[in-house]
Design a binder for this molecule. Structure first.
Ligand code: ATP
Length: 140
């Protein structure tokens, strides 16, 4: 059976995850509080929904606990990111990945049970630096 994903927050980060999952043929529900952003993903995702994910009733009505993997890609509104992640874990979502805005945010996300925390700018910087070093090693 195909894995079912939900992406919450359709900015550059969440949007690109959503596009890539759909491209790979996965079932993906795209969720954002901003209707314009939701409309942009209506043709890409299996379902695109306008919703505030800090509302537990909303998360329940979306049947979020039945998804295999939920990605919380809300960045700037740290409170919304934390509250959403906490409720996803409380509702029993097996795998939750969340985007952290800074080290404190990351620490809280881990404490409340996020299974995987990404720090896109920092992680990408690390990866690029590693590639530069290994390319240098090969060059000499
Ligand atoms: P990126 O850095 O990925 O480009 P961004 O800077 O556009 O993102 P962020 O603040 O990181 O914006 O938020 C990402 C998305 O999360 C936005 O599209 C925003 O509308 C959405 N979002 C914020 N709060 C909520 C919420 N409570 N429920 C659902 N979506 C939300």
């Amino acid at each position: 059976m195909k894995k079912e994903f939900a992406v919450i927050g359709l900015g550059r980060f969440g949007g690109s995850i959503c596009n890539e999952l759909a491209e790979q043929g996965m079932q993906v529900m795209a969720i954002d509080i901003n209707e314009e952003r939701v409309n942009k993903f209506a043709a890409v995702a299996s379902h695109a929904v306008c919703a505030d994910t800090t509302d537990e009733k909303v998360l329940k009505s979306l049947g979020i606990r039945n998804f295999d993997h939920v990605i919380v890609a809300i960045g700037d509104d740290i409170q919304a990111s934390i509250l959403t992640t906490l409720m996803l874990k409380e509702l029993g979502v097996k795998k939750v990945s969340a985007k952290a805005q800074n080290d404190y945010h990351e620490k809280v996300l881990r404490k409340i049970g996020a299974d995987h925390v990404v720090h896109p700018e920092r992680d990408m910087g690390k990866r690029i630096a590693h590639n530069m070093v290994s390319n240098n090693v090969l060059d000499y």
